[in-house]
Design a protein around this ligand. Structure first.
Ligand SMILES: [Zn+2]
Length: 110
């Protein structure tokens, strides 16, 4: 990672390096936002082009829906071709979660 970063800033002028240093000293919020944006772009490019509900091909140039879920450190992303496919998926997840909660509650009662 250090080598890649070194290569990336290899031909920067002093002024640019100084700006980066200043940005990092103040928390690097702008850089963090750029990195998050880049991660979203990569995930968009690499994520599956097939709707998990109906298995139709998703043309990302056209209207589609993206659901981002999971914990802060393990985000998952799913693309859907239409709102009804997204709703079906969310309802299924909701049912699974209700079952899981019920089982946990039943185990506590025993
Ligand atoms: Zn679909």
């Amino acid at each position: 990672m250090k080598d890649k970063f070194k290569a990336a800033i290899g031909n920067w002028e002093y002024h640019d390096v100084k700006l980066l240093e200043k940005e990092l000293q103040t928390g690097g919020k702008g850089i963090k936002e750029l990195l998050e944006q880049r991660m979203i772009e990569i995930e968009e490019k690499e994520s599956n082009n097939v709707c998990p509900t109906c298995n139709d091909y998703i043309n990302k140039e056209e209207n589609h829906y993206t659901l981002v879920f999971g914990s802060k450190h393990f985000r998952k992303r799913a693309n859907f071709c239409a709102a009804d496919c997204l709703m079906y998926f969310v309802n299924k997840m909701n049912e699974l979660e209700k079952d899981r909660r019920k089982k946990t509650k039943d185990e506590i009662v025993k």
